[in-house]
Design a protein around this ligand. Structure first.
Ligand code: FE
Length: 348
């Protein structure tokens, strides 16, 4: 497992603390956001507040393992994760301390945050959303072949479906949402259909699935929207060519809407720096930071009233689209059930 401690600066606190600053002027951030543009997002907070951010980067599983290992001795103040099922897992494992913030509660819609805990406070908040979309080979298929998730199990797609591992959190969340919509029994039949339609055994990340469609190995694939947007906006002509070769569908527009996942975060259970940690989360839902999510990593803002300004997302989605409105906490909660189904249908 790889951990990088960026910008660890012990000296920065020396001589700066004024009596008004009971809190540390540093913040320890454990982040699973794997997006290069986030550096600017985080430094905006330091510029605005003078609070220095020490960042530990790892993937979601690595962050959770580290927090569990550190226990009460953990120096973490804020935890950022990139999937609903992971946020739910962290909550259940007691890794967050509930936050009371009128700013966060006003900005983040109720379905995109944890259920309030007994006694008040909320464990985690969605900070940006991403759509789980379907891409397809425009020569072999048309939009109507894959305009909802159910059709991914249609025998017509036999030998054509490419998708990353079923156990990856992005898929656990999508399948968790399907379980809410269809019920467990029908979802398991659907998952079996997906396995029967696969062009190859699941491998690689979402970008690899898009590339598989462009190369002709796959007829249809499932990906998070920002991976496609990244290819569309790339300065590398080869990336742009891949994006141009594939068609994209925002599924289930005539039923429950396209599945949306979140990246989000909360205050770490043992943080003694709650005030600044909360301030940081509040910064992340400010219009400037929310715009950064939209433009930097091609995600949608969660905060109400923040205008989206991202041509790739606009082109891809056709401007407006219907998104799923399930409580994302429920989606995360279904992951245990989903993993059992995946095992039964042999979805790797
Ligand atoms: Fe990702």
């Amino acid at each position: 497992m790889r951990f990088t401690l960026i910008a660890l600066s012990i000296g920065a606190t020396l001589g700066l603390a004024s009596p008004a600053h009971a809190q540390s002027s540093e913040l320890n951030l454990y982040s699973a956001r794997h997006y290069p543009t986030d550096e600017a997002l985080f430094s905006g907070f330091t510029q605005a507040t003078g609070i220095k951010i020490n960042r530990v980067d790892a993937d979601d599983a690595g962050i959770l393992a580290r927090l569990r290992a550190e226990g009460a001795a953990s120096p973490a103040d804020v935890i950022l994760l990139v999937d609903a099922s992971r946020l739910w897992r962290a909550e259940v494992d007691g890794l967050f301390q509930p936050v009371r913030s009128k700013v966060l509660e006003a900005a983040v819609p109720a379905q995109l945050r944890a259920q309030p805990v007994e006694g008040g406070g909320i464990s985690w908040f969605g900070l940006s959303t991403r759509a789980r979309v379907i891409v397809y080979d425009k020569v072999k298929f048309s939009k109507s072949d894959v305009d909802n998730y159910e059709k991914l199990a249609d025998p017509k797609l036999k030998g054509n479906l490419c998708i990353r591992s079923g156990s990856h959190p992005y898929n656990l969340s999508l399948f968790g949402a399907m379980t809410e919509h269809l019920g467990a029994a029908k979802t398991e039949v659907w998952l079996k259909g997906l396995v029967a339609n696969m062009a190859r055994s699941p491998k690689g990340g979402d970008t690899d699935q898009i590339k598989g469609v462009a190369s002709g190995e796959c007829g249809v694939a499932v990906t998070n929207s920002y991976y496609l947007a990244r290819l569309m906006r790339s300065t590398n002509p080869a990336d742009k060519a891949i994006a141009e070769k594939v068609g994209v569908v925002f599924p289930n527009q005539s039923s429950w809407g396209t599945h949306m996942n979140i990246a989000g975060g909360g205050v770490a259970r043992y943080s003694k720096n709650q005030e600044n940690a909360t301030k940081f989360l509040e910064y992340l839902v400010s219009p400037a930071a929310q715009n950064h999510f939209a433009n930097g990593n091609n995600e949608w803002p969660v905060a109400q009233g923040v205008q989206l300004d991202n041509p790739a997302l606009r082109i891809m989605s056709g401007g407006d689209f219907k998104s799923e409105l399930l409580p994302i906490s429920v989606v995360g909660m279904n992951q245990v059930k989903v993993q059992q189904m995946l095992d039964r249908v042999d979805f790797k």
